[in-house]
Design a protein around this ligand. Sequence first.
Ligand SMILES: Nc1ncnc2c1ncn2[C@@H]1O[C@H](COP(=O)(O)OP(=O)(O)OP(=O)(O)O)[C@@H](O)[C@H]1O
Ligand SMILES: [Mg+2]
Length: 255
Amino acid sequence: MSDQPPATGTEYLLELDDIQAGYGRAAMVLRGLTIKVPPSTVVCLVGPNGAGKSTVLKVASGLLKPRSGRVLVGGHDVTGQGPQEMLSSGLAHVLQGHSVFREMTVAENVLLGAYTLRDKEKIAKRVAFVQELFPIVGERWKQLAGLLSGGQQKQVEFARSLMVSPRVVLLDEPSMGLDPKTTATVFEQVVRMRDAGVAVLLVEQNARRALETADIGCVLDLGRVHITGPAPELLADPQLSELYLGGRPSGAATS
Ligand SMILES: Nc1ncnc2c1ncn2[C@@H]1O[C@H](COP(=O)(O)OP(=O)(O)OP(=O)(O)O)[C@@H](O)[C@H]1O
Ligand SMILES: [Mg+2]
């Protein structure tokens, strides 16, 4: 579904390799972080507040230049490129918090994501694609986005990010501020994106719920990926559960 050039023999769509990054003169936030995102996979990065999860996504989308290390998209070195170039390389970033313009219609919000596209036919195809993937977007197309619920607005943000046919979507805390039922819907939509051929790098504080959705999990600690592996294995690990996931795995025996 992507219009980007094919990958160059690499098995990963996005690679962050040994990244050091931080803000101004403050201590480095990321200290040798490596994350790899294979095609059609949800990779979930979990960690406590302030661990540097959003910083990882900012480095990936070109909002923050790393001090050292490399960023590769489809095997091409894109280290140091800005957000516009990263978008052209096939990386779309859905920021933490709410980025829907409430006084604009759903249509206007979604079409903002197509501002780099000139071909009307292509835009129409993308609109049809996102409306199929997120039915609520089509149903409420002409309504003001501010009239939608939080979970519905999140789907408008997802739809906007997909207008440029990205290879990888970076999602920063999509469940923030949503109730458990709406959170479940949003995570279902994340899986639908993956099944539609988009790789997802998902950042979440809602660690257990996110790992239940993801294929691969990464635990961020002290500026590095401390543990990584298949998400079900991380969920089943009692020690990891105690340390990072807020308790024992569901169904685990208590002593
Ligand atoms: N624009 C900025 N300028 C200076 N320091 C920043 C900036 N953004 C983040 N930081 C610092 O970098 C560290 C990591 O922040 P980051 O936002 O990446 O954490 P996070 O894991 O996403 O946290 P949260 O779960 O609260 O969203 C924090 O110590 C934070 O204070
Ligand atoms: Mg954050």
